[in-house]
Write a protein that binds this ligand. Structure first.
Ligand SMILES: Nc1ncnc2c1ncn2[C@@H]1O[C@H](COP(=O)(O)OP(=O)(O)OP(=O)(O)O)[C@@H](O)[C@H]1O
Ligand SMILES: [Mg+2]
Ligand SMILES: [Zn+2]
Length: 157
């Protein structure tokens, strides 16, 4: 059943609905997408009830589809998120984010001495050891990063 919160928000004509975001993580998704321009309609719903999750967040953006890098970043925050493409008020495509086996050039290694944090032109690269809870290992220095280490890299404020 739709929650009253969801019923209250006005439908979008064209754009994207990011659904099943982990509870309270919508602001990190907003950090990934960038703050909207004044003409972009943006709706955030936080901590709404869901049949599939105890509680979830939803982000709706008018007039915009997501770049693949943005989808890869959202997967790090919410591996269960679904991406609904809206055209003329209807969902024309529904997909799930997909956490890649290797995360390249998105995250910063938390080891200050890692080669990726020096002047060398080496881009960051992490192996995904576990999806939930997220555990990554730096390809270069073997530093382990967990969900919190990753999430602090997507702080809006
Ligand atoms: N035109 C629209 N404008 C804004 N939000 C929309 C629009 N159409 C659908 N949505 C939202 O998109 C999400 C997915 O809608 P859908 O009708 O597929 O729900 P569902 O059956 O619960 O899907 P799922 O199985 O993915 O949970 C919901 O959060 C819904 O409120
Ligand atoms: Mg649903
Ligand atoms: Zn490293």
């Amino acid at each position: 059943m739709k929650t009253p919160m969801e019923l209250k928000v006005k439908p979008i004509k064209n754009g994207t609905v990011i659904d099943h975001i982990n509870a309270n993580k919508a602001l990190k998704v907003l950090k990934i997408l960038g703050l909207p321009s004044p003409e972009t309609g943006l709706t955030l719903a936080m901590n709404v009830q869901s049949s599939q999750m105890k509680s979830k967040d939803i982000v709706k953006i008018e007039g915009r589809e997501l770049a693949s890098r943005e989808v890869d970043e959202i997967a790090l925050i919410s591996p269960q998120a679904t991406i609904n493409i809206i055209r003329d008020y209807k969902i024309i495509d529904k997909g799930k984010v997909n956490l890649l086996k290797e995360i390249k050039n998105i995250l910063t290694c938390s080891n200050p001495n890692c080669i990726t944090n020096t002047d060398e032109p080496v881009k960051s690269r992490f192996i995904v050891l576990n999806n939930e809870p997220l555990t990554l290992r730096c390809h270069y220095c073997e530093r382990i990063m967990d969900q919190d280490d990753v999430e602090t890299q997507f702080k809006l404020f």
